[in-house]
Ligand binder design. Structure first.
Ligand code: 5GP
Length: 175
């Protein structure tokens, strides 16, 4: 992959693996091995969702939602639902699995939307958190890594659909 050369590593494959193992243990213990529904926010959260789920030895249901608010590296601030839930989450223990919390707008929107479906509980698990960029009051319940205000790629995160399959979280040195 030619572009890979320009990307610097922010969080290595090993660091991801180890932190995701800790998050999985925490979730498994807090839900006491009960069934949980993961709502994977497409497309950026697919790698995280899969790796996290593989480390949890209890039943997990999977749902998928796709929203869009980004064009290239810029948030438009307008959130559109592109793919909606297929199943019913009423009465279920639900965790939204998100790749990154940036301004917090996407998760604020999703939290309100999903609450209206009456789950038994609703939490948020985000792999990355750029707290200094926050524009609304939004805090994830589980966070993998707090990161600085850099535009990151890899491990599911893209720029115009590229770089998602890098096995680490990287950034562009001069961006
Ligand atoms: P928010 O609504 O919190 O501003 O943005 C959340 C969404 O913006 C994420 O799910 C992700 O798709 C996108 N996003 C925010 N920051 C980054 C970043 O640094 N890199 C990439 N590739 N996407 C980002």
């Amino acid at each position: 992959m030619e572009e890979e050369k320009k990307v610097k590593v922010l969080i290595s494959k090993e660091e991801l693996e180890s932190r995701i193992t800790e998050l999985a243990k925490q979730i498994y213990e807090e839900y006491k091995g009960q069934e949980v529904t993961f709502i994977c926010i497409l497309k950026g959260s697919i790698f995280f969702t899969v790796e996290l789920a593989k480390k949890i030895p209890s039943d997990i249901n999977f749902e998928f939602i796709r929203v869009s608010s980004y064009h290239g590296e810029n948030s438009t601030g307008v959130i559109k639902m592109k793919v909606d839930l297929q199943g019913d989450i009423k009465g279920k223990d639900v965790i939204i699995i998100e790749d990154i919390v940036d301004t917090g707008r996407t998760l604020s929107y999703l939290k309100e939307y999903l609450k209206s479906k009456e789950p038994k509980s609703l939490k948020i698990c985000a792999l990355l958190d750029k707290k200094e960029r926050r524009l609304c009051d939004m805090q994830a319940d589980y966070v993998g890594f707090d990161i600085p205000d850099k535009f990151v790629v890899g491990y599911g995160l893209d720029v115009n659909e590229k770089y998602r399959n890098l096995p680490y979280i990287g950034y562009f040195e001069n961006v």
